[in-house]
Design a binder for this molecule. Sequence first.
Ligand SMILES: [Zn+2]
Ligand SMILES: [Zn+2]
Length: 315
Amino acid sequence: MKALVFDEKIFIADLPKPARKENESLIKILVAGICNTDLEIIKGYMGYKGVLGHEFVGIVEDSGNHTLINKRVVGEINIGCGKCDFCLQGLSRHCQNRSVIGILAKQGVFAQYITLPDANLCLVPDSIPDEHAVFVEPLAAALEILEQVKIIPATSVAIIGDGKLALLILQVIQLLGVHCVLFGKHEDKLLIAQNLGANTESTTKKYKRVFDLVIEASGKKEGLLKALELLKPRGQLVLKSTFHGKVNLNFAGLVVDEITLIGSRCGPFAPAIRLLEKELIRIDPLIAKVFPFDDAIAAFDYAQSGHLKVLLNYK
Ligand SMILES: [Zn+2]
Ligand SMILES: [Zn+2]
């Protein structure tokens, strides 16, 4: 099978089709999405080498669970050991022996086939097209914020960033009846946010210490510093960006203002699928371009030049 591999550079390789173990399914990928995390990995994030990619929708070709065969599925990207305290509490995302598709010790989805534990798979309702189903994973990541922070309609919320994840977070927060201000640098993306109902700003000047909750999803170090200027004392800061490298931060300011920092990563798939099924999230404006999988390298170049979601079509 063909696969997009990262090992110092990205290249297309011919790899053996993976063999499924007991309790695993063999999945043929239909559509995959390029995530900012993939772009950070090729800069060195996580030190990962191998087949990239974790956002996908596919069809089960072979499985020990016959009810899955020929079904369209998406998959939770963390694979826990199944035995530790975290896994037994349903927190396999935090298993210390986990692997993560295309990020940590597990081949990714920018390949024609992948194997995954049956327990990681979620069926995709027929009404959700492949190009939308591939957003389940990032939408779940946006929903994770609601699992972590109490948000009421009166909460003043700022979102830093105007990329794919920020625009999903915006829509999820707006479903709660909350008014959001989204801060970004790209006119075309800010226009999308406005069309989705947000107030947008290209600078933080007018907004010193006014927000109860700031969600940093810019993917950039500067976003974190900007977020801290916006927060009220005792405010909450949700960190969504995973970037390669370190941030120089004056922690005393956090102590004096009694800021709560909340790291936020992967989220629940089932509500993400429900929101897409009910068409409560607008996906089409977030798709920049669909490339055939054969042109995956060109697709990566395109994604790196700052476009919204770039999809790979394997069909
Ligand atoms: Zn992702
Ligand atoms: Zn475990």
